[in-house]
Design a protein around this ligand. Sequence first.
Ligand SMILES: Nc1ncnc2c1ncn2[C@@H]1O[C@H](COP(=O)(O)OP(=O)(O)OP(=O)(O)O)[C@@H](O)[C@H]1O
Ligand SMILES: [Mg+2]
Length: 339
Amino acid sequence: MATSTMVPRIENLKVQNFRALKDIELKNITPLTVLLGPNGSGKSTLFDVFNFLSECFQSGLRQAWDRRGRGKELKTRGSEGPVVIELQYRERPKTPLITYHLSIDETSKGPVVAEEWLAWKRGQRGRPFRFLEYRSGAGSVISGEHPDEKDQRLEVPLRAPDLIAVNTLGQIAQHPRVAALRDFITDWYVSYLSVDSTRTQPESGPQDRLSKTGDNLPNVIQYLMESHRDQFDRIMQVLRARIPRLERIDASPMPDGRLLLQVKDAPFEQPVLSKFASDGTLKMLAYLTVLYDPTPRSSSASRSPRTFCTRGYCPSWAKNATGPPSGHSCWSPRIPRSS
Ligand SMILES: Nc1ncnc2c1ncn2[C@@H]1O[C@H](COP(=O)(O)OP(=O)(O)OP(=O)(O)O)[C@@H](O)[C@H]1O
Ligand SMILES: [Mg+2]
């Protein structure tokens, strides 16, 4: 996961009853976090927690739930309880820690938001209080820039029990703290990069962000070359330091309208098509476009055993890309398996 210092940062995460993750807690999550663990221990499942939440906000809970085989497949085997996701985050450094709790259960009519709340503590003293609290579409929210326990609670019913209150109320300017969380989650980028997808020849045209599979890599390179040359040069610098023979990367439009990604190695006169470039080169190039995004996303997560999780160390090119090394560390959580 990589975050810049000006976007919200998740510090702690709890997950319950989400497939292999029966009950886990990750504490003090660093901006760059590497997950290590044996096969089947739940690393990819943890990525899917983020993907699931982001899908809930983008296409709705029902679709995200159905796509994962509903409660039957999604809930931890042998477990009856709801699926729980709880994030603790700060909107910016030194701002109060906010807890977002979402618990989802299933009725005969489909998934419902069993419990959803947002809590924070104002100032150094005092206890945390919930400024948004919903159950099955009914609940209340305290609005304003700095919701206080003494402020008025507005009861705003939702249209259906499967609607997520933060997603619905976060669209209203009256609730800036809720809106900030909604924007944060909606902006997450979870990568399911496949090298074969990056080898396609898409229609020419710049695109500012890499798709989940990486099938628009040539378009993103075109965008960086045309609109953010300095950023593209930085990417090339990092790439060249890792791939000594690499000289140049080009995205050139063809007469038939397709975009051709080519890689030129120093010893040879002619570049080769991305189709014949090495897997590692294309993967690193793709991840670097995310890490060096001129308008970075609030958070990004990449599933790549070989690139991000190699024998317990952080690739230095990834560390450098996210900012000063002091703000980053590697971390190898033990994710308990479900029983
Ligand atoms: N509903 C469920 N309840 C409990 N366990 C489940 C459920 N659905 C899938 N699993 C288990 O989750 C595990 C898959 O976990 P995951 O794919 O996250 O592993 P991983 O750490 O990414 O492994 P790899 O290193 O092989 O990619 C499998 O062992 C699978 O049997
Ligand atoms: Mg996996």
